[in-house]
Design a protein around this ligand. Structure first.
Ligand code: AP5
Ligand code: MG
Length: 207
């Protein structure tokens, strides 16, 4: 099963991706995580991506599409995967069709008013786990691996505003794109607890 996770910044794509990966044994591919790993590693891709990410804009399509196309050829992607944060505009969606067969696009629907608080309160671990300060009770270490929690550089109000504009103008049209293809499943419980959201996703995927 090959799945796309669609949703605004802070909708809970990453949070649900780790739960889905565990239950369905799907590989989690997050283009945002790939870019952040490249930035940390000081690669050419990282240097290019950083300026776009800091500005809340999309990294150029040629770079992003080439990364995903290559990643999907790896051995570990052959038994099914979940794309988190890709595609993010119509061009990327059309490119994806040339090298992948998508079964379903899960759109996690969350009111925009909630997103700023969710994102600015997010704390992440290098292992991929993410938390919200409201549930951390002052803890500063990851509950899964004990790593130090930190805040993503693009999780500041100014960049979040730009990311939301980018989402609304470039990514949201993909909802209609996948609806027309009969592949869209809307996760209406996106404002519920992470477990409630996951429960609905399981219902959808088990069908
Ligand atoms: P990316 O890393 O994909 O960021 P994003 O899309 O902005 O999404 P987030 O990771 O911020 O949110 P999420 O939906 O994963 O939410 P999470 O589960 O963490 O992309 C970053 C940048 O990389 C882009 O801006 C762009 O520049 C570049 N990029 C990436 N892909 C690209 C592409 N294809 N093309 C070009 N450029 C690309 O949850 C958020 C918070 O809410 C957490 O604190 C979490 O604990 C909390 N939370 C989650 N679920 C719930 C819930 N149900 N109830 C309460 N709190 C919750
Ligand atoms: Mg994410």
């Amino acid at each position: 099963m090959n799945v796309i996770l669609l949703g605004a910044p802070g909708a809970g794509k990453g949070t649900q991706a780790s739960k889905i990966a565990e239950k369905y044994n799907l590989l989690h591919i997050s283009t945002g995580d790939i870019f952040r790993a490249n930035i940390k590693g000081g690669t050419e891709i990282g240097k290019l991506a950083k300026s776009f990410i800091d500005a809340g804009k999309l990294v150029p399509d040629e770079v992003t599409c080439a990364i995903v196309k290559d990643r999907l050829t790896w051995e570990d992607a052959q038994n099914g995967y979940m794309l988190d944060g890709f595609p993010r505009n119509l061009f990327q969606a059309e490119e994806l069709e040339k090298f992948a067969k998508i079964d379903i696009c899960l759109n996690i629907d969350v009111d925009e008013a909630l997103l700023m608080d969710r994102i600015c309160g997010r704390r992440v671990c290098k292992c991929g786990e993410s938390y919200h300060v409201s549930t951390l009770n002052g803890e500063t270490k990851c509950r899964k691996c004990g790593g130090e929690l930190y805040q993503r550089e693009d999780d500041n109000p100014q960049t979040v505003k730009a990311r939301l504009i980018t989402y609304n103008t470039q990514t949201a049209p993909l909802i209609d794109y996948y609806k027309k293809q009969g592949k869209l499943a809307t996760v209406t419980s996106g404002e519920g607890s992470p477990d409630e959201v996951f429960e609905q996703i399981v219902e959808i995927l088990d069908k």
